[in-house]
Design a protein around this ligand. Structure first.
Ligand code: MEV
Length: 296
């Protein structure tokens, strides 16, 4: 048994959480991700960059996810080591990128790989929309829905500033929190999630037409709605405010929120935004997500 595999990280520009409940989201894959190498040996997974070890007979979510990947790929025993270029548990799709890399290192059948990633994501996130898995496996950029997958459209690539608030959180718990809110306050929460879906479509139109100021405004309104849904926190609000003050057109959390990463759209002001974040002690980088229609 030997092989290697890669899974991409992702950035959600608009629509996280609402996408779990059937609304659209706007997302793009990152060039960075996780690379894994498999070799013959006792079943074991090690991700040095995240200080993470897993064994299929363990009880932790990462142990169970590794066991599910081994089962879905039919790999049996394998020792897997992974290199990660994205932070763990920060909204950039680390669990799906890891699962995609490990499954691909173990198996070349992409259908089995997709099943393995879906099984692993269910262990980590309970009720995932599939957006992280689609980006980790397929790359690309576009409007994603739970039923329809990724719909690509023609647009210029988008350069985003990304900062990690440094606050770790649990995507599964945040997704479950929104579902609990939907049960407790169905009308108000459903209205908020629908409003996020409408913002996504406004954002898609703005992006297709190259109206970045409008896209930035939609990002800010999406952030306000996410705060109302209960998935923001003071670190996210501070990072968004720093970006806006440094000239960003819009800023918001990306991924599950509760900490993790924020993204800012700041054409021509990227360096100022990154400098403001770094001065505040945040790890930050610029990333391009996007595609020219037909190029991927
Ligand atoms: C996590 O990257 C995005 C969420 O919408 C969860 C999901 O879509 O599975 C919060």
């Amino acid at each position: 048994m030997s092989g290697s595999g890669f899974g991409r990280g992702k950035v959600i520009l608009l629509g996280e959480h609402a996408v779990v409940h059937g609304e659209p989201a706007l997302a793009g894959a990152l060039a960075r991700g996780v690379r894994a190498e498999a070799a013959a040996g006792a079943a074991h997974l090690r991700v040095a960059a995240w200080g993470l070890e897993a064994r299929p007979d363990g009880a932790a979510p990462v142990d169970r996810a590794f066991a599910a990947i081994l089962a879905a790929t039919g790999a049996g025993e394998a020792a897997v080591t992974a290199d990660a270029e994205i932070p763990v548990g920060a909204g950039l799709g680390s669990s799906a990128a890891l699962a995609a890399a490990v499954a691909r290192a173990l198996c070349s059948d992409e259908a089995r790989v997709a099943d393995a990633v879906a099984a692993s994501e269910r262990i980590f996130h309970g009720n995932p929309s599939g957006i992280d898995a689609a980006m980790a496996l397929g790359g690309g950029f576009g409007r994603f829905t739970r039923g329809g997958g990724l719909e690509r459209f023609a647009a210029a690539p988008v350069r985003l500033c990304v900062a990690n608030t440094g606050r770790r959180r649990d995507t599964g718990a945040l997704v479950a929190g929104v579902s609990a809110r939907l049960r407790d306050r169905p009308a108000a929460t459903a209205a908020l999630l629908r409003a996020i879906g409408a913002l996504v479509d406004q954002g898609v139109t703005a992006l297709r037409e190259g109206r970045l100021t409008s896209l930035g405004e939609v990002m800010d309104r999406n952030q306000a709605a996410l705060a109302e849904v209960g998935v923001s926190c003071s670190e996210i609000e501070t990072a968004c405010e720093l970006a806006r003050r440094a000239g960003a057109l819009g800023a918001k959390l990306t991924g599950a929120g509760g900490g993790g990463c924020v993204v800012a759209l700041a054409p021509g002001r990227e360096e100022a935004v990154l400098a403001a974040w770094r001065a505040a002690g945040l790890e930050a980088f610029a990333a391009e997500v996007g595609f020219q229609h037909g190029s991927q």
